[in-house]
Design a protein around this ligand. Structure first.
Ligand code: MLT
Length: 379
């Protein structure tokens, strides 16, 4: 039996992926083999020695100590793309929220309650405060052209916007595909800042993306730019953003990750992290995370891990021996020598090596220095 700890409510569709004859799932499981999580913070958690996998039902992994997990031989999975449509739909709605002051206008309408027959007159008198531009023919800059950014770019194009995209990890084939659809790919962020009337962020939060929107980058943007942040709050320097809203350099900021200072600030539309809050997306994410964890526990197969390499290994084997270690050619060669006739697979991600040897016996790596974790699965 495998024990799975759930740290948040995980959709039944996901848990149903885990065969009840093989899995016990619950929020009170001690010493779990794997953990399924949505947005609960795991940074303060001490992991049980039995824990070998974390499945994040969502894309962002900033609630998980990913590097510490790698050091402890724990494979962390996420679900890229599973909630992309849900986030895209809210981003597209937010293009209009940023333009037409819809949220402020709705709030203002509520203040007219009680004016009886005077409401119609008051509406006509006050509405000009909420006028805003159309998006047709304007330019949207998309920072990060992964699953969500690509969908946002496509939809904005269909709505008649010009779209420019930037992504340092885009290969030339993907860039050509975007260009063929009329989405211009620029070489650097300055290419976005110079052209965009609207900027939307779709990059993970890490040390190189934190504070992407700051006083210096805002200075390069067009006057009156509108910024959408459905990725992570810390991508924007909150103080710099507020100063830019106050000066009018930025005319609107729509965010799914508001800070205290941003709440109620003029020009800010604050949304409570609703990007992926649709039943469809919660089901997709839970199903994908559960499947990834099951494939890993039962077969050692890795797909969509953020700290270990994808494995191109078969799902059928007799005895599968798995070794995780800090990348070292010497360790890899010593492992290979343990079973020269076995089917050997090795790959590395972010300095962590994952080696699989399929054969007909259990192999021990005792005596080989540097192995973080080893396990054997028998079919
Ligand atoms: C994500 O990272 O997938 C989205 O922000 C939604 C979520 O956190 O669940």
């Amino acid at each position: 039996m495998y024990n799975i700890l759930t740290l948040n409510k995980i959709s039944k569709v996901g848990l149903d992926k885990l065969d009840k004859s093989k899995y016990t799932c619950g929020d009170d499981i001690k010493n779990p083999d794997a953990i399924l999580v949505r947005s609960a913070s795991m940074h303060e958690m001490t992991f049980a020695p039995e824990t070998i996998a974390v499945g994040r039902a969502g894309a962002g992994v900033n609630n998980i100590p990913v590097d510490r997990c790698a050091d402890e031989g724990i494979c962390v999975f996420n679900t890229p793309g599973a909630n992309a449509n849900a986030v895209k739909e809210l981003v597209i709605a937010s293009l209009f929220l940023a333009s037409r002051k819809i949220a402020d206008a709705i709030d203002w309408c509520k203040t007219l309650k009680g004016q009886g027959e005077g409401v119609g007159k008051a509406v006509e008198k006050g509405k000009s405060a909420f006028a805003g531009p159309e998006i047709l023919g304007k330019t949207l800059g998309v920072i990060g052209m992964g699953a969500i950014g690509a969908m946002v770019a496509d939809s904005a194009k269909l709505l008649g916007m010009n779209v420019v995209g930037y992504d340092p990890f885009l290969n030339s084939a993907a860039a050509s595909d975007f260009e063929a659809k009329g989405i211009k790919i620029v070489e650097d962020l300055d290419g976005i800042y110079a052209q965009a009337d609207y900027i939307t962020l779709h990059v993970p939060l890490n040390d190189s993306t934190r504070g992407t929107v700051n006083a210096a980058s805002i200075a390069k943007m067009k006057d009156g730019v509108r910024i959408l942040n459905f990725a992570r709050g810390e991508l924007c320097d909150s103080d710099d953003l507020i100063s830019a809203l106050d000066s009018g350099k930025v005319s609107a900021y729509v965010t799914d990750f508001p800070t205290d200072a941003q709440l109620s600030h003029p020009g800010v539309t604050a949304i409570p992290h609703l990007g992926a809050s649709t039943p469809e997306s919660e089901e997709n994410c839970a199903a994908m995370a559960a499947q990834e964890v099951a494939d890993y526990l039962e077969k050692g197969i890795i797909k969509n891990s953020v700290n270990m390499p994808n494995t191109a290994v078969s799902g059928s084997f007799n005895v599968r021996n798995i070794f995780i270690y800090k990348d070292s050619e010497s360790v890899t060669q010593q492992l290979k020598a343990l079973c020269p006739c076995g089917v050997f697979f090795t790959a590395v991600k972010k300095g962590t090596a994952y080696t699989v040897i399929d054969c007909d016996k259990e192999i021990s790596a005792d005596g080989i220095e540097g192995i973080i974790r080893q396990r054997t699965i028998k079919s």
